[in-house]
Design a protein around this ligand. Structure first.
Ligand code: THU
Length: 147
């Protein structure tokens, strides 16, 4: 499904697809890229980063969000795009964030104090869906539960 994208959304989707090129995914052969738009307009990216202990792999979204945090800019995340595809595959299916990444996005959204729209992009760039975290992770456990 190709939605009408605003120019800044298209740019973010393209940045996520470009970040797929930096995936280190020799085990799954599934490349994922994520791109964050910060409130000031700049873009930060992340790529999935696997290791020989398969389950300890880092997802692209988590890498990008941690990069924002490392710059002291966790509160500035305004939007995220994630793109992925099997290496050498058609890449015609959109990738949605895994469960752990949804929880991490929930934390980022809480810190930001506003919704972070999520663009899910197919590897070939032909399909994009826009999601709210509340739909992807309803009834989320979050910081308020610890109060
Ligand atoms: N992956 C991500 O980077 N983000 C997601 O939301 C889904 C999964 C990565 C983890 C692993 O390196 C590969 O995709 C296959 O699961």
């Amino acid at each position: 499904m190709m939605m009408d994208l605003a120019p800044e959304e298209q740019e973010l989707a393209d940045a996520a697809r470009a970040a797929m090129r930096h995936a280190y995914a020799p085990y799954s052969r599934f490349a994922v890229g994520a791109a964050l738009r910060l409130t000031g307009g700049s873009i930060l990216t992340g790529s999935n980063f696997e290791n020989a202990s398969y389950g300890l792999s880092l997802c692209a979204e988590t890498v990008a969000i941690a990069a924002a945090n490392a710059q002291g800019r966790l509160a500035e995340i305004a939007m995220i795009a994630v793109a992925g595809a099997p290496m050498g595959g058609a890449g015609d299916a959109v990738v949605t964030p895994c469960g752990r990444c949804r929880q991490i996005l929930n934390e980022a959204q809480d810190v930001a104090g506003r919704e972070i729209p999520i663009l899910c992009v197919s590897g070939d760039g032909k399909s994009v869906t826009r999601h709210r975290l509340a739909d992807l992770l309803p009834h989320a456990f979050g910081p308020a539960n610890l109060a």
